[in-house]
Design a protein around this ligand. Structure first.
Ligand code: SAJ
Length: 406
């Protein structure tokens, strides 16, 4: 039996996928409200294909509870944030999950950590918890690291089709966990050691963060000289060995804006490019705010109450607002002691900020200028409604005349 610990954005789809591919699965989360929602037959976030997968897993017998279970395999998918001050990974949720598992698990059980952790975390923080219980790793208990790689917005597809990495102490355990994931994963699964698996995951996200920072820096250089950054990137990317990502209003989410900091925290004198890249991405919402003020001046707009931000999530077509550039921009606006801006996001039902609208037409009625922070499909389908507004398009998706860019 498999006990999946943590039923968030990664744990839930993984548990559902395992259950609907012939595995006996119980999902555990300490959040009783979340467990009650799942037991009432409802999913807890929006994601393409998740509802169907949920239905299939329930028919296959998946169970949800707030208690750790007696199982032979555990998949740990709990948060692994970074400490704001040291920038190092904060492993407390992983440590606590491992500790709880050790009180209930079957002898010889395997603990698979899916949460992203900085290189060395398992050696430094997980092995000592096991040793302190007098258990021998490789005999009484087994360890593996299978970092997730799925992208929000396309998670269900990527769970099946992405290649994966599995780190384990021995080939035997690695191959056993590989067989488990092969029950649903059609991608190639590489078996390696735990330290390498930890590093590859963080490096993948760091590569993307640095590439986006490069695009954001280019955007500032091109703004300085009045050149079209999108055209520059488009032409450069026609070169067979160049692949620059797109500038945007900032980098959000709980991965690309977090994981690279682990390397800065652990290797402060070595991770120079990474450190600068993260600072560039983190200052992008402030850059957008300055653009808003420039455009207001150019159009003799004096009232920030008539400015609206379209999009509150960290990226398009998801409902996740963690580390969202819009939230960062609102904070920057508060630091300038300016009037709060209006906000609308069709994916966000809860009230998260003041001046948040839930009706697109009313939002548009109350503003003169709209800033496209997130390129939701909803906006692409309704773009003509922005006609007549002053538009700052942070994603180069609006083809209306007179649109401003970053
Ligand atoms: N962004 C840009 N420009 C781009 C692409 C993205 O500004 O060209 C911004 C987005 O708007 C968003 C942020 O970056 O605010 C991150 O979005 P994302 O789509 O790049 O990535 P995530 O955070 O949703 O998912 C990433 C993925 N990692 C890689 O592609 C290397 C995913 O595969 C990982 O599983 C996930 O992190 C994770 O959980 O680690």
């Amino acid at each position: 039996m498999i006990n999946v610990i943590g039923l968030g954005y990664i744990g839930l789809p993984t548990a559902l996928m395992l259950a609907s591919h012939g595995n006996e699965v119980v999902g555990t989360d300490l959040d009783k409200g979340l467990v009650a929602t799942l037991n009432a037959g409802r999913t807890t976030f929006k994601e393409d294909g998740l509802k169907d997968l949920f239905g299939e897993a329930v028919r296959s017998g998946i169970k949800f509870t707030d208690k750790y279970q007696l199982a032979d395999t555990y998949i740990i998918s709990v948060p692994s944030p970074y400490d704001n001050f040291s920038k190092k990974v904060d492993p407390r949720y992983v440590i606590s999950a491992v500790g709880e598992i050790l009180t209930v698990c079957a002898p010889g059980a395997t603990l698979v950590i899916e949460s992203t952790v900085s290189p060395g975390t398992i050696d430094k923080h997980v092995r000592p918890v096991i040793a302190a219980r007098g258990l021998e790793i490789g005999k009484d208990i087994h360890l593996a690291h299978a970092p997730e790689r799925i992208i929000p917005g396309n998670m269900v597809y990527e769970l099946v089709h992405n290649n994966r990495t599995i780190g384990a102490d021995s080939k035997e355990i690695g191959d056993r966990i590989k067989d488990l994931y092969s029950s649903f994963c059609q991608g190639e699964i590489v078996v390696t050691d735990i330290r390498t698996a930890e590093m590859t995951k963080v490096v993948e996200n760091t590569f993307r963060a640095v590439n986006i920072a490069f695009a954001n820096e280019l955007c500032r250089i091109c703004r300085h000289d009045g050149i079209d950054v999108y055209e520059i990137i488009r032409i450069c990317n026609m070169h067979p060995r160049v692949n620059i990502l797109q500038p945007g209003p900032g980098v959000g989410g709980h991965c690309i804006s977090v994981d690279p900091w682990f390397l800065v925290g652990d290797y402060p004198s070595l991770a120079k490019v990474i450190d600068e890249s993260m600072k560039t991405n983190d200052s992008q919402p402030e850059f957008v705010l300055n653009r808003i003020h420039d455009i207001m001046r150019e159009n003799n707009l004096t009232d920030t109450k008539r400015i609206g931000l379209y999009g509150l999530t960290y990226k398009e077509n998801v409902d996740d607002c963690r580390e969202s550039p819009t939230l960062q921009l609102i904070k920057a606006q508060e630091r300038h002691l300016a009037e709060p801006l209006k906000v609308y996001d069709p994916m966000v039902e809860k009230d998260l900020v003041c001046n948040q609208y839930h009706d697109f037409d009313r939002f548009l009625d109350d503003i003169d200028m709209v800033v496209i922070m997130v390129k939701h499909g909803h906006l692409i389908d309704n773009m003509e409604k922005l006609d007549g507004k002053i538009v700052l398009d942070c994603h180069n998706i609006c083809k209306l005349p007179g649109v401003y860019h970053l």
